[in-house]
Design a protein around this ligand. Structure first.
Ligand code: COA
Length: 171
């Protein structure tokens, strides 16, 4: 199967925060942001694998900054690593300053998608080749994140998570 680059499947969704999408503090409702991230990540997974893809797990979400009503929000989703049938998708969320146009990072998340056939059975995906320094760093750490996710889901025994365990042994 032909290897692909993260830039081949990157998805960038830009949209406003409207009144129906906020919490009582007039900031973007967390569930709405999760949905936007899921949509962007699912398009990226589909572009990379050219298959139907399902969300297998949400491994990490950090709501570092509130996103006020009226903000222009950009959600950028990229494949950070592929395994056999699963893909880790890294999502960065930016808010655009109205006057300067400068984008500031607000949040990030890491989702795992699995490519499936018509019957919902997992199928193999093409490998990813990271290009930039950031892509290489995220690729490198993804195996430990997969192991942690599988251990937490009860799908891997802690003693089998070799690379994850090694992280805690470092001085
Ligand atoms: C995701 C799903 C296809 C996995 O099916 P499964 O029978 O567990 O299949 P497998 O055990 O072969 O796992 C498939 C891949 O997913 C990975 N995976 C499964 N659960 C995972 C988890 N919690 N975290 C990280 N990876 C996970 C496995 O490691 C495997 O990866 P690999 O082939 O790249 O090594 C299946 O559980 C499913 O269809 N879930 C519902 C998905 C859905 O509806 N999502 C929308 C949410 S409402």
């Amino acid at each position: 199967m032909q290897e692909r680059f993260p830039s081949d499947s990157i998805t960038v969704l830009t949209d406003l925060v409207l009144p129906g999408e906020t919490n009582p503090l007039n900031n973007l409702f967390g569930g709405e942001l999760l949905a936007r991230m899921d949509r962007a990540a699912s398009i990226t997974a589909r572009r990379h694998s050219r298959r139907v893809c399902v969300t297998a797990s949400v491994n990490h979400v950090a709501f570092n900054r509130a996103i006020p009503l009226g903000s222009v929000v950009t959600v950028e989703a990229k494949v950070s690593r592929t395994f056999k049938t699963s893909m880790e998708i890294f999502i960065d969320v930016w808010i655009e300053d109205r006057e300067s146009g400068i984008k500031n990072k607000a949040n990030e998340a890491i989702y795992t998608f699995v490519a499936v056939d018509e019957t919902g059975r997992p199928v193999e995906v093409p490998a990813i080749v990271p290009q930039t320094e950031e892509e290489k760093k995220r690729f490198e750490a993804a195996l430990r994140r997969k192991q942690l996710s599988l251990v937490l889901a009860g799908k891997m025994k802690p003693h089998e998570a070799t690379e994850l365990k090694a992280l805690f042994m470092q001085e």
